[in-house]
Design a binder for this molecule. Structure first.
Ligand code: ADP
Ligand code: ASP
Ligand code: MG
Length: 417
């Protein structure tokens, strides 16, 4: 069971969480619980690091930000004990959760689960702070923002859990962010592949890495709400959204819609290099230095060369890397041979995702028509087997998501809602 920041925000909510955990234990389950820091706490700690030193050392940053989860894991163990449950906390370094040494965005390499399993078998609830790990150099690491989801899936895989239940502040995965579109519908099932695409294009309900790990390890993941009635009886039914494999879905959901979900990401920035020489190697001189600087390039458009043997190259990078990318490319102006750099940080990427589009034509056309009818201009397009993404003006994000939600017939009817 994993509980996110809103579920852990304050003594009263932690008591609610403890009751949910206790009910599962009472139903005969052995339980390991992964917790996030209280909502807002990690942001607060990140700010302290910035204030202390704008060019902070990521290793010390990890020491600071990992503390939020230490607090909530201890508090949950205490609260469970107050309810008469045996419980203890297992900090990331105590298990340990082994990670690489990429501080602030570390990857889990393995979890020693023997002690954990022994304590669970003895009837103790194991409470594990999410987000934390330990490097080979014996230093505390963290897994990147939203990383407790990944901790939970990794623990579930390590102990061979029947399921990994991710409790949050919404009762499942919706067709789009229910805080943006009131008519979003809750999905009963979503495939790993779809969830992976949705998470990677901006649905922050699950950290992307947690989904790829669940897919790789075959962990059964359910997303559900911790804000449910305290007294409702525990049941084996799935109240939230279950993430399933493609094959499993086919047996479960015959009425499958063409599009499963829509996501928006405002953290992109666009760069255009004008009049780049249209010859072999030109794009390599642009993207080589960006790769070397660890800057992820997402959408790329290269126009067909015009008669002068020149072409424009447009691409996107994470908004936080825009300045660095621009500086790097300006330094390479001679080598690349472009004329001008135009940048725009006020763009958003809107993506529609669905396994159904593998076998259906017209998904992109519907998207372009719906946006055009509302006068929304498309600046770039990219596609994968189960996704179409467009880049638009950031100010039009909410409008675009709503328009597309309606265009694909996804709006909840009053009856269903
Ligand atoms: P937690 O603190 O529990 O980890 P997060 O804030 O990370 O919670 O994730 C839950 C939030 O994800 C929801 O409050 C919702 O606004 C947002 N969200 C974005 N896209 C979706 C979606 N498709 N379905 C459900 N929630 C979504
Ligand atoms: N507390 C961490 C964060 O806010 C990890 C998490 O909540 O998943 O990013
Ligand atoms: Mg989260």
């Amino acid at each position: 069971m994993k509980f996110g920041g809103t579920s852990m925000a304050g003594s009263e909510r932690i008591r609610r969480v403890a009751n949910i955990v206790r009910r599962q234990q009472a139903a005969g389950h052995e339980v390991a619980v992964v917790v996030s820091a209280m909502a807002g706490e990690t942001d607060r700690l990140v700010n302290f690091c910035r204030e202390a030193n704008p060019l902070y050392d990521p290793a010390e940053y990890d020491v600071v930000v990992a503390s939020g989860e230490q607090v909530t894991s201890g508090l949950l163990a205490l609260t469970l004990q107050a309810l008469g449950c045996q419980a203890r906390s297992w900090l990331g370094w105590q298990l340990p959760i082994h990670t690489d040494d990429a501080h602030a965005k570390a990857r889990i390499e393995g979890i020693d689960s023997e002690a954990l399993l022994a304590s669970m078998a003895a009837g103790e609830v194991a409470v594990i702070p999410g987000f934390q790990g330990l490097s080979d150099a014996n230093r505390i690491t963290t897994l990147g923002r939203g990383g407790s989801d990944t901790s939970a899936v990794a623990v579930a895989a390590a102990i061979g859990a029947d399921r990994c239940d991710i409790y949050t502040d919404v009762d499942g995965v919706y067709t789009t962010d229910p805080r943006i579109v009131a008519k979003a519908r809750k999905l009963k099932y979503v495939t790993y592949e779809e969830m992976l695409e949705l998470a990677s294009v901006g649905s922050k309900v699950l950290q992307t890495r947690s989904v790829s790990l669940a897919m790789k390890e075959g962990v059964r993941v359910q997303v559900l709400s911790s804000f449910i009635d305290d007294d409702s009886a525990p049941s084996d039914e799935i109240p939230g959204t279950l993430i399933v494999s493609d094959e499993e879905l086919e047996g479960l959901d015959m009425e499958r819609q063409l599009i499963t979900g829509i996501a928006a990401d405002k953290n992109e920035a666009k760069l255009i290099l004008t009049r780049v020489p249209d010859r072999p190697g030109a794009v390599a001189t642009i993207f080589g230095p960006l790769a070397a600087a660890n800057i992820n390039v997402d959408m790329i458009i290269q126009n067909v060369g015009r008669d002068k043997g020149e072409t424009d190259v447009t691409f996107t990078v994470p908004g936080a890397d825009l300045l660095r990318a621009q500086t790097l490319l300006e330094a390479q102006k001679e080598a690349i041979g472009y004329n001008r750099i135009i940048t725009d940080g006020k763009v958003a990427k809107i993506s529609v995702v669905g396994v159904g589009m593998k076998s259906h034509a017209g998904v992109a056309a519907t998207m372009f028509r719906a946006l055009a009818d509302r006068g929304i201009n498309i600046q770039a397009i990219s596609t994968s087997e189960i996704k179409v993404s467009v880049l638009i003006d950031e100010d039009e994000t909410e409008l675009a998501v709503r328009v597309l939600h309606t265009a694909y017939g996804m709006d909840a009817t009053d009856q269903a809602a």
